[in-house]
Write a protein that binds this ligand. Sequence first.
Ligand code: JCF
Length: 675
Amino acid sequence: MIPIAEQVAQLREQLESHNYAYYVLDEPSISDAQYDALYRQLIALETEHPELITTESPTQRVGGKVKSGFQEVRHTVPMLSLDNAFSDEELAEFNQRVAARLSKQIPLVYAAEPKMDGLAVNLRYQQGRLVQAATRGDGELGEDVTHNVRTIRAIPLKLCGSGWPDVLEVRGEVFMHKAALDKINQAQLERGDRPFANPRNAAAGSLRQLDPTITAQRPLSFFCYGWGQVSDDFKLPACYSEMLDLLKTWGLPINPLASLVEDQAGLVNYYQDLFALRATLPYEIDGIVYKLDRLEGQQALGFTSKFPRWAIARKFPAQEVWTKLLAIDVQVGRTGALTPVARLEPVLVGGVMVSNATLHNMDEIKRRDVRIGDTVIVRRAGDVIPEVVAPVLSQRPENTALFEMPVACPECGSDVVKELDKAVYCCTGGLFCPAQRKRALAHFVSRKAMDIQGLGEKLIDQLVSAGLVAHPDDFYKLNSDELLQLERMASKSAQKVIDAIDASKSTTLPRFIYALGIPEVGEVTAKNLAQHFKTLDALMQASLKQLLSVADVGEIVAHHLIQFFAQAHNLEVIEGLLSAGVSWPLIETPISSLDSVFSGKTCVLTGSLQQMTREQAKAELENLGAKVSSAISAKTDYLIAGEKAGSKLAKAEVLGVNVLTEAEFIELLGEQLDG
Ligand code: JCF
């Protein structure tokens, strides 16, 4: 008689190897019924001998309950999304950009794979055990969905094989098969619940269940396509594709359709092959992902503020439908811009009901000759706002009406003016305009700004109408008695709002700058400004020239900043916020400037740079502690020579000064920033 503990261990091993065959190798080794029989044997033994249950047992994939909400998880390595290409031309441009930046020794080979329509997650393994799973969230902060992810059988709770790093973060897409989605939607309908519009929503909805037993009933699957933190005891292979092969030996499912391709024809062929296969695949894909295969090349290319430069998603064409344009309304944005919004006869686009779509601006309406009463083509690409593409001229009725911009703001009656050189019409009401004021306040409290939870558009509407809040600093003067005057406000929720406002006082400088709502200053620009100037005072006093030396700040943004800080009422609001106690931690100088190869060195720029402006190159160098000089001498440490470099290059060669090409310079810069 085999000891019970050993029987249990054997059953677990069998079940795990069948899981591996099914999910990773895509070659089921037994029938579903046989699997169920083994599974039930294990359950029976574990029920009799609960002391033998371990968290890694296949039976424990139905996790314990999560008590409330989800914990936030800060990703150790940010989870970036991918830049998109919508045509073969855009794909060719990507290929050319990569070729231009890549040193000639590195082969221009790409790993291509279908782009799964699901939800990106980060799986953290320590000593080979799954210890945490988190959603991508905004790329920096995700949600802890460990309990739910543990129910997904395609995801190993323990890595198999050997040689894995002590800490390994694996990234990939959780998704649902089409058949499973159909079944679940059938069930939703029978229960009177709303069906999921697409597999992505279904995967997200299932992963975000508070009760993992519900997640366990949702047949989710997983493909792995990357990694985050990898501990130093492990040496990454030379290629992305090799790493995927390794991950596969450790039990992680890799899409079997992944393949290596090279040159434009190869890229396009792969796309066309999969486009043709699309309908026959058991899961939804919305495009193709291409990644430079050599990791050394990926490192040299680095990242923009949002995306890796070494990868791209070639999207399949967006789904388009025809419907009737019933009316065009005008919406007033935070900065007063009037946006024409199409009111449509409701229609399903890619599984989502659409009744409003953007018409962008007046120029676009004219250019596309869109008229009220037209039948129009509406397009939805992924999760972007639906747009009206064009009228269907063959369907145009006789009584269409031309759209005209109102001369007075529909919200406050102020004059509407057209911005010079721009297609944008603006309300001149400024913060007198309730629409602008409410949107500016909503922006101030939003998640990526001051992040005041529980202060939604409705409450802001009420606060503005009651005259309690006109400017952002007024939030910090509110007390719960004032809130209680508002309709449908109970004392408990009033206190919650007050607490949230209070909590928002400790913030960060980038958030604060972003929250001010300066036109054209988004999250990334706010971060760059904070990193560059370190203090609010320095930013407020910056000259045009100083502003222009910040990465990603051009003439327009710089002028908006100067204008903003020149307005007395803006300074009053800032003063009000600071005296209410809004504060942030000091920003420290990045370590890179202390020990970069450029630290204390004298550099000269010459010739024309292709990838950045002179000013940006200068700013990058100065950030890393270099002195940038215009004349070359024997004291010069580096000459950075762009195209058509002339006498300075010749002189550098005579003097024996180190010369860097633009590509070498960028590579070196990237290394400084990574280190
Ligand atoms: O399949 C996907 N949705 C997918 C997303 C595949 C990838 O290889 C990705 C991705 C998002 C980011 N790679 C990155 C870097």
